[in-house]
Each structure stands twice: as structure tokens, then as C-alpha cells.
Design a protein around this ligand. Sequence first.
Ligand code: CA
Ligand code: CA
Length: 360
Amino acid sequence: MKRSDYSRILCVLIGCLFVAVMAGCPKVEKVKAPAHKPTIAVDLGEKYNTPDGMVLDADNTILLNIPNFNDDSHPAVVLRISEDDKIEEVCTLPVHPVSKKVGPLGIDVGPDGNLYIADNQGMVDHPEGISRLLRVNMKDGKAQSIDTVAEGMRMANAVSCFGDSVYVTETSLDPDAVPMPSGVYRFKYSEFTGEPVKVAVGGGDPHLIAKFTTTADDWTATVGANGLAFDKDGNMYVCNFGEASVLKFTFDENGKASAPTVLAKDNGMKSADGMKIHPTTGDIYIADFVANAVHKVDPKTGKVTIIWQNENNSGGKGGLLDKPSEVCIRGNKVYVSNIDLPLDGNEHDAPHTISVIELE
Ligand SMILES: [Ca+2]
Ligand SMILES: [Ca+2]
């Protein structure tokens, strides 16, 4: 036998050993195949230094919130990402009269074609309960005017339009409580007739239709309800950031939410931030801020597949994830917002990017 034949046999044996070891591992499937390596979809530059919420619009463009938390000398805006990944501004968002700042996180498009945006005032050092839900009134793809339609939340975060209502996650109802409560608000569009709907701060408001708690032994204990999505059957999924879990809620015939069940927890997830449901497969995709990862969660079994993960402080170079906070699915691609907040051992650094991962 030639020396090269021995090498080949050795490689096969090592390969078999690797497969055998992996087969004995828990059900987390760690995929780092080159096909999933993220690249840069959009290099946003300093003017758009902090990206967050995204949603696919009806014309297959992506709407993207830019809160610019990391350098707010540039105003917070909504961008549109074209099908060939070019950006244009949709509108500049109005600052809050008290804080003189605006913190747009989640965004969704209503059945009226208008944009609903969570203004998280907790992120701009005003957690006392002045967070808002903004509505950007649209016509022919252009912003016409902007209204505040609801106010009184502490940490308004994700937004999801479903049926006759818009839903908003409240990431922290009481930061001092242990375990820390958070939840989901529901506003019917029919309530938005005049003055903004005012919710009572702290959790006693009837608009709060779901509530749960978060327990963790580090800073993530103060970050509860985050990503939000509905499946085709009308079930509601909510990310519990600090517990690295996905909760599922069903509704009865009167629209009352069930108690949550835990669909998935840990299993490779270190936090659960932004979330989207794949329109054809129904799989749930999650941005994991702490792990610098994107996960796929099977909605039936709760099985977690790590689509991509890289080390902390990647900088975002070449499209590597840099504290990802949101995902958005377009065709066979998952776009990822790198919010790049200076938390959890991360530095805010250029480039400021939207990454993209190609699925099979
Ligand atoms: Ca970066
Ligand atoms: Ca960074």
C-alpha cells in the first residue's frame, strides 16, 4: 500500500469517529457549513450606525429601523432595502417631546399599508413609561405623516400586525421585581381614532393580553419579552430574551390568550431577540444577541438548529455577526441586523452592517 493510501484510510477512520461522537451528542445540531456563512448585504456607514427591526414589505423590499443608539448625532430613520440590497430613506422619526430622542426597535406593516413602529424610550434612558407606538402613514410607498397611536409603555420592543390588531412586546414591566415580569400589548386598529391610547404603566392595563416572567443569573434577567410573531393558524410566539426561550400562546374564541408553553429553551440558544416565521416552511428564525448566532426552531418539536454562530467582537467584518438583534426572511435568504450595542463584552465598531445568510 502506498503512503497516500494509508493517509486516505486514516482520514476515513477519523471521519467515522467524528460522526460517531456527534451522534452521541444532544439534539442541538450545530451547522457551520460554508453555505451558511454570512456575508455583508448592506454596509450602512456611520450615518446609519445602529440597525434593528426589519420587516418584509408587500413589494419584497425590506423596511429597516435605524435607532442610531450608538451615535445619535445622526437622526433615527426608517430605511428601505431594495431587492438588490440598495438603501433609501423612508422617513426620519420624530423625537419624543420629553426625552428629545426616539428609539425605534420593532416594525411591521399593517393591513392599511401603514408602518407601526415601537419607540423604546428605555433604550434612551427614559424607562419611566413614555415608550410609544408610532404609525407612519404611507401612500404609494412614501411616508406622508407620523402619528403616535399608543403610549405609556416602558420598553416597547417588537411589533406584529395580525388580524384586527397590532401587538407590541413590553420587555420590562418592573425592572426591580424578581422574577422580572414582561408581556405583550394588543391594540385594535379601531382604537386609533383620535388621541393616543394610553396604557397604565406596570402591567394592570387591559391591553396587556399576555404576561410572563424572566429569571437569569446575569444582566439578561432584566430583558424579558422580545421578538414576536404569529403563525398561519394565529398562534403567537414570543421570545423570552433572558431565559433564551421561545414561548407559544394560543387564543380562545374570545381572543383570550392561553398561559404560555415553552416551545424551545437553551439547546444552543443563549438569548432570544428578534424573530420571524418562514412564510412557507413555518420554521421560526431567531437572532441570538448573546451568542452572536442565528437559530432555526422547529415549530412542532422545538428542536433548535444553529444556522450560524461566531465569536464575540467579530467587528462584523466580512458579514460576521456582531450582536445580532433581528432577522428578516426574503426568499431563501435570512437578513440579520447587527445592533452592535456595547454590552456583554462587545465594542461598537465599524463596519455597521446588515448580514445575509443563504439557506439551502
Ligand atoms: Ca460592528
Ligand atoms: Ca462589535
